[in-house]
Design a protein around this ligand. Structure first.
Ligand SMILES: Cc1ncc(COP(=O)(O)O)c(C=O)c1O
Length: 286
């Protein structure tokens, strides 16, 4: 899809493979910033400013890893319009699609008039069916780029193994209520995390609307420590025994942030936040 020198707009902080894949194709990755001040929302006006004659692809991810933001239908309409006006494709990564909170609805660019011709949907079984180890996913691709997809698949995997294909089929044909039960469970864990983190001074975050991550703004703490986010998470694990991912693992705009995952038990979340609180108390009161 992307030729030498063509530009790929991608969310930052975001899933790191978008930037890597753009480089792999010989393209130029161009990050668009998701800012805590804007609830980590995608801003179509900002996207419009980043478009050039070389823009070939816009990557969107909703619900977003790591920020938990969810795209609205109005935002999608504006983005599809931009793709029509400037002739680029949209790759919509919908892997966290059913994991939504507070009655939030999932919207796909496919719902928007014109979306069908310019959109690639990528999705998989790992999040929805807790099948991370099975390595199986799928894409919905406009017919004109199918030849390139076949070439890539042929040289990279040939096909997913047949055991995973059977497992995926069983997941699809089986009852779907566990998926939604699990989404409610994640919502409960999100509420616990948000409630407890709200009592912690010196940090900022936006309440995630989907997926199972929480991006925490720790710029004040880092300023006091004179450390970057990677050094800080190292200190948290070594001294306090609690693991976060440094924001820069998710892109350059992730500096000053750390990501927590709430894809773990309530007890672990509560204990992890207690340890984090202890660390911040020690740092901010010294
Ligand atoms: C946004 C996003 N897309 C895609 C993936 C890939 O998932 P998998 O390789 O398990 O199919 C991940 C995994 O973390 C992700 O966060």
């Amino acid at each position: 899809m992307v030729d030498e020198g063509e530009e790929v707009l991608y969310p930052n902080p975001g899933y790191p493979e978008y930037e890597a894949a753009a480089y792999f194709a010989g393209g130029k990755p161009v990050p668009y910033k998701l800012a805590v001040e804007n609830d980590f929302r995608i801003d179509p006006d900002r996207i419009a400013e980043l478009i050039t004659s070389k823009t070939k692809l816009l990557v969107i991810n909703s619900p977003e890893n790591p920020c938990g933001s969810v795209v609205t239908r109005e935002e999608l309409r504006a983005l599809v319009e931009l793709s029509e006006d400037h002739g680029f494709y949209i790759l919509s990564d919908e892997i966290y699609r059913p994991i939504l909170f507070d009655g939030e609805k999932h919207h796909s660019p496919l719902e928007v008039k014109g979306g069908l011709d310019r959109v690639v949907i990528v999705d998989g079984f790992s999040k929805r069916y807790a099948m991370t180890g099975w390595r199986i996913g799928y894409a919905l691709v406009p017919e004109e780029i199918m030849p390139q997809v076949f070439t890539l698949l042929n040289v990279m995997t040939s096909c997913p193994n047949s055991i995973s294909q059977r497992a995926a089929l069983a997941a699809l044909k089986g009852p779907q209520d566990p998926v939604f039960r699990m989404a409610r469970e994640y919502e409960k864990r999100r509420n616990i995390a948000v409630e407890r983190l709200s009592e912690v001074g010196g940090i900022k975050f936006a309440k995630p609307r989907g997926a199972f991550y929480l991006m925490i703004d720790v710029r004040k703490v880092l300023g006091k420590l004179r450390k970057n986010s990677e050094e800080f998470v190292k200190m948290l694990i070594e001294k306090y025994g609690v693991a976060f991912l440094h924001g820069t693992a998710l892109g350059s705009y992730g500096e000053g942030f750390i990501r927590m995952s709430f894809a773990t038990s309530e007890e672990e979340i509560i204990e992890g936040i207690e340890r984090f609180k202890r660390a911040l108390n020690d740092i901010l009161s010294s």
